[in-house]
Design a protein around this ligand. Structure first.
Ligand SMILES: NC(=O)c1ccc[n+]([C@@H]2O[C@H](COP(=O)([O-])OP(=O)(O)OC[C@H]3O[C@@H](n4cnc5c(N)ncnc54)[C@H](O)[C@@H]3O)[C@@H](O)[C@H]2O)c1
Length: 371
């Protein structure tokens, strides 16, 4: 092993970059442009190493996630930045499943963090709601639930067909995501946490969520905890989003309500996410997919990917640099220096250029902690 490649050597952060397919390639180019600009402005060292894992590679030599990839990523990198995966030439989605779900499970990225933050009043479809009302984070359990792929189909294609999809909830899995959400709230001086399940109908799996939540919240008396059934939560997110600061829920419900939340805050062009293992390497990506019809046309909105890169820096302890990116993104939205989906007239590359320039001009200032 080359010691220079070890993460953390000489204060350098090493980032594995997987642009993937379609617009993933376009938006990742802008995210890395902005990362380079912020590192330069702060006088910090960032090493970005690109991997060509995606549909082209799969179609060329059959490789999806190369053997030993997860071990190499864990050993040599501080974080992973992904664009998007999915290509119409691979209808089975084999490469995307191997790469994204493969990394999620093999690296045990059990936290899916989805911040929902309205950057400009004009972007929400809700009437009379402002930036103050829509500002919370959803923590979705990312390695269990209905998405583990356990089950089967019996008598397929016959009138007697049976399809079974198992919902896996382990005490360890439920406890660690609930505890992570409480810890996040405490560390970020947030006072309210809501757990959501469907324990009135899912009387085994979500009874476990109820019992674990009751137990863990005892250790966090400084945080006001509440509970909504998932159907009621969906309603409350639209009716009164200001009541939420931190939401924690299972894999499938988190998948659904974080998309609802993204839409409340201006849509997919602005939604970043983190797939986190607090003790190992974590992966950051925009929530949107590879939108193949827009690929290579310089029209995809790069802000979600750029906000994912900012989340990554914050996770790595570069809070000032993350704040500088967020401030530049906020300014671009306010001044309509955006792609057409957000009301601007710039191309993908021009948005990246504008942000990089803004960061170079503004510099990186220490973040002031509000008491
Ligand atoms: N995490 C991922 O890599 C991921 C997530 C979702 C979908 N996918 C895959 O992406 C492919 C396309 O899926 P889809 O069409 O359902 O979802 P998508 O998010 O790629 O696109 C849906 C629509 O949203 C809009 N959109 C999305 N991102 C945008 C951006 N950055 N700028 C401007 N507009 C944007 C476009 O109108 C697009 O047609 C599929 O192969 C799917 O499986 C991948």
């Amino acid at each position: 092993m080359n010691p220079a490649k070890l993460k953390g050597a000489n204060g350098i952060k090493r980032i594995a970059v997987i642009p993937g397919d379609g617009i993933g390639v376009d938006v990742t180019a802008e995210a890395t442009k902005v990362l380079r600009a912020v590192a330069a402005a702060a006088g910090r060292s960032l090493e970005l190493v690109e991997f060509d894992w995606g549909a082209d590679r799969y179609l060329r030599d059959g490789v999806t996630l190369p053997q030993g990839a997860e071990e190499m990523l864990r050993r040599e990198f501080d974080a992973i930045l992904v664009g998007a995966l999915g290509d119409p030439r691979v209808p089975s989605m084999k490469h995307a499943a191997d790469i994204l779900l493969g990394l999620r499970f093999k690296l045990d990225l059990f936290v899916n963090a989805r911040p929902i933050e309205l950057l400009d009043t004009a972007l929400t479809p809700l009437r009379d709601r402002t930036e103050r009302d829509i500002h919370f984070i959803v923590f979705r359990e990312n390695t269990e639930g209905l998405y583990v792929g356990m089950g089967g189909i019996f008598k397929k294609g016959t009138p007697d067909e049976i399809a079974i999809q198992e919902d896996v909830n382990t005490r360890k899995g439920v406890e660690r995501i609930i505890r992570y959400a409480f810890e996040y709230a405490r560390q970020h001086q947030l006072r309210r946490l809501c757990m959501s399940d469907k324990s009135n109908a899912l009387t085994y799996g979500h009874d476990l969520w109820q019992r674990v939540f009751a137990q863990v919240k005892e250790e966090y008396a400084d945080i006001e905890s509440s509970h909504w059934y998932i159907d009621a939560l969906a309603m409350q997110m639209v009716k009164d989003p200001g009541q939420f600061q931190v939401i924690v829920t299972c894999n499938m419900f988190g998948d659904i309500i974080s998309d609802l939340g993204a839409q409340l805050a201006g849509g997919m062009g602005l939604a970043p996410s983190g797939n986190i293992n607090p003790e190992s390497v974590s992966l950051f990506e925009p929530v949107h997919g590879s939108a193949p019809k827009y690929a290579g046309k310089n029209i995809a909105n790069p802000l979600a990917a750029i906000l994912a890169a900012s989340m990554m820096l914050d996770h790595l302890g570069w809070a000032d640099e993350a704040a500088a990116i967020n401030a530049a993104v906020r300014a671009s939205v306010r001044e309509k220096q955006t792609t057409p989906d957000l009301g601007g007239s710039l191309g993908t590359r021009e948005v990246g250029d504008w942000l990089a320039n803004q960061i170079s001009k503004q510099g990186v200032a220490p973040v002031r902690v509000q008491q």
